[in-house]
Design a protein around this ligand. Structure first.
Ligand code: GDG
Length: 463
């Protein structure tokens, strides 16, 4: 890649926080930020996105934040509160997210706000155009910005533009329920390269193109679109596997791991954003079924479920939280004893070292989403297991299942069978457990996030 890399995502990979009366801007350590840091810094590039709600900051604090963002190569998109609410809560979280996760039952009865979705995408386009220099490569991320590639193409006909979708692309039967289905796909087709996590999502997209425009892709998975070629690729995202393995081996993490596991019953672990796509209620029911059906696990097994607060301003998430709270309370109330709390439920984000200690302490990691684009937690668990031990129970509806064939694959809708599979995972003979974990580790270490970023950018440079 010759020029700079301009990355565009809904959120900037930073958190602005007030501390000791002042403000600080902290770089976030999320998967995308880690994976793109090297190509971003190497190219002296920019990252454009929303920095979070800064409307309550004084003008002095705001200029400090801008200065600090500038040092990090981050360009903030300014969005008003109501604009943000319609664009982010009402359309992105309440319509596009459920559609991409096959949840038509979560759609509001009436949807308004597509005009604001368009306006906000256009605002992103203005900012990109303002900073673009010939030779730059633009990489747009995710469903909040479906319209952006086409809006950029109108104004920068010769720019090299890539688009990557982090969530599933649904089956056309589901996608077609969107009144703006055509405009969204036209938006994506402004890119030169469109990337998905799995071959299945790419297949859904190709079927959608066929039905909307009667276009067939060629043998190289490219189409001719308004005088340009658009390539459609599969790029399964990975994690910073070597970095995670190194941090998971730190003495402080080992000490914390011991504190979690010593003297306690065996440990099942779930770590998710509190989102209805992650399969938490059925996972809890499977755990309950296991305890009820196999008395040997009473007081001998516990589940730590970390549910990270997410999208608190979107209505469906408040309701979902109350459902999960009630289910955890019911299960603990029914099964618990004075010396045993079956489910330890944390509604919180835990620090990185605690996350790693939990991964290392778990006997069995439960990743059982009902639908998930990829799921990086599954891969982080594997990367952290430098002891080559532990079992991953993984939903076949997570994108990660297409690669992690040595996990115990389950259908999360089949609660009884998930319960049986957890039991099998707990009693799995030592050699098989280690054989599976070694195979998983080889996969995760080789196909890491750096290979993912290079793979996508290499393909974009070649089109
Ligand atoms: C979307 C797609 C796709 C979670 N809890 C804590 C914490 N985390 C970190 C994990 C992991 C990340 O958050 C979650 O990533 P996932 O991939 O599991 O899920 P989504 O947030 O839904 O991400 C997904 C992804 O985009 C990438 O394309 O895989 O399918 O839905 O990195 O470690 N980190 C810390 N404390 C926590 O409590 N420190």
């Amino acid at each position: 890649m010759a020029g700079r890399l301009l990355i565009v995502s809904n959120r900037l990979p930073v958190t602005v926080a007030e501390r000791d009366g002042g403000v600080v801007v902290v770089r976030s350590s999320g998967g995308l930020a880690t994976g793109l840091r090297a190509p971003h810094e190497r190219s002296g590039g920019l990252w454009l996105g929303w920095p979070g709600d800064l409307t309550s900051l004084s003008s002095e604090a705001s200029s400090l934040v801008e200065e600090r963002l500038g040092e990090l190569g981050a360009i903030p998109v300014q969005l008003g509160r109501s604009e943000q609410q319609v664009f982010y809560d009402n359309i992105s979280n309440s319509v596009l997210w459920p559609i991409c996760h096959d949840r038509l039952d979560h759609l509001p009865l009436r949807v308004t706000g597509w005009d604001v979705y368009e306006t906000v995408n256009a605002r992103f386009a203005d900012l990109v155009v303002e900073h673009y220099e010939p030779g730059d490569t633009i990489w747009v991320h995710d469903y909040q910005l479906f319209r952006l590639p086409a809006l950029l193409r109108e104004r920068l006909p010769d720019a090299r533009i890539g688009f990557f979708l982090h969530v599933p692309f649904p089956n056309p039967e589901i996608f077609f329920t969107l009144p703006v289905r055509r405009r969204l796909v036209e938006g994506m087709l402004g890119a030169d390269l469109i990337g998905f996590h799995t071959a299945r999502y790419r297949g859904h997209f190709a079927a959608t193109l066929r039905r909307l425009f009667r276009i067939e892709r060629d043998a190289d998975w490219a189409i001719d679109w308004r005088g340009r070629r658009v390539s459609i690729g599969v790029f399964p995202m990975g994690v910073d596997a070597a970095g995670i393995a190194e941090r998971a081996s730190a003495p402080a993490v080992s000490a914390e791991q011991l504190a979690v596991s010593t003297g306690n019953p065996r440990l099942l672990l779930g770590i998710d954003r509190l989102d209805y796509s992650k399969g938490i209620p059925r996972r809890l029911l499977a755990f309950e079924q296991l305890i009820r059906s196999r008395a040997e696990w009473r007081e001998k097994l516990r589940l730590i479920q970390v549910a990270v607060p997410s999208r608190g301003t979107t209505r469906a998430y408040g309701k979902f939280r109350r459902e999960v709270d009630a289910l955890v309370g019911r299960i603990n109330g029914d099964l618990g004893t004075p010396s045993w709390t079956p489910v330890q439920y944390l509604y919180a984000s835990v620090p990185d070292h605690t996350l790693l200690a939990l991964y290392r302490a778990a006997d069995v990691m439960l990743v059982t989403p009902v639908r998930d684009g990829m799921n990086l937690v599954a891969k982080e668990f594997v990367a952290s297991r430098v002891d080559e031990d532990g079992v991953l129970v993984l939903s076949e509806f997570a994108g990660a299942a297409e690669e992690l064939r040595d996990a115990v694959l389950v259908n999360p809708y089949d609660v009884d069978s998930v319960a049986d599979c957890i039991h099998e995972a707990l009693v799995m003979p030592d050699p098989e457990r280690r054989r599976r974990m070694r195979a998983l580790r080889a996969q995760v270490m080789e196909h890491d996030v750096h290979a993912w970023a290079e793979g996508f950018l290499g393909a974009l440079a070649a089109v």
